[in-house]
Design a protein. Sequence first.
Length: 332
Amino acid sequence: MSNQDDLAQPTLSVIMPVYNGRADLSEAVDSLLQQTVVPQQIIIIDDGSTDGTDRLIEEYCQRDPRIQLVRNAHGGVSAARNKGLELATGDFIYFMDADDLTGPTLFADFLREKRACPELEMFCFAAKMFMDVPVAERKPEITHARNLKGVYSGGTAFIQQLNSSGSAHRVLWSSIISRELIVRTKSRFLPIQNHEDAPFMFTLYLQAKQVFVTPEAYYFKRYTTTSLSVRTRDFSWVKNYFIAREGTEEAIRAANVPVERSLVDDYYFPVMSGCLKMLREHDMTVPKEYQPRVNALVRQLTRNNIKLMVIWYLNPLYSSLVYCKKKLSSAL
């Protein structure tokens, strides 16, 4: 690549919040430093860790000037990401979790597509998940597929295509995002611990000029029983859905773009159905102020969905069927 091309290509900032993540952080950071094109800025926000995470980050900072340590009082992932956005200088932003991995050509392939489409504001891709076992034993499997390929204009039609193809991921780490798009849409993260990226992503899908989507998997998600999404088993998981949904509707009104309710329902359907499963499986107590909203959600989801009807009204039967299916699968 010529010097002129180097000057013309957009710069990249990675924002990585971490809380007591020393055990897996090195593997995550190394996957960034081993990219064929390394990002110009890697901001690691230590969210009040107590396990020596900050000392490990300091060691990386001493070895590589592209890495920046930011110490935050423990305030959660949303506050950490918002802080990272204030400090990011790159033309494009990539949000990464501190226990996961990136494929080595992620940023190089993004830059290739950006050169081909100068108006590109999002680069969206698939992800695989692997169990938290030694490297030689890992068998990553697709969990967040992107079943579209090509360049699309952002908007309601694009979100409908994402929904209908099973490609409407509500997670940050499946996209590289233009900082100008984030600024233009005034996008910030809500102060919640689950589903906080769902309204953020909906706004970007809705208002991006051009989006490139590929089924290629560039992200590798580590599955652990200690991750926030796995260990949260109280009503906050459900409550945060309602807060995220309200945030999405507020963003739609601010954008002044006509959006049908069914489009938002389809976008949130995996989360909505997850709420019903969580409520039943963990026998959650619904606070009085949320009972009308939960009852409305139950009526909406069980009206024409037999599986969700069984989960909600006949949960012991559903649990028995799931158990039998697992036993049969293990016997084959």
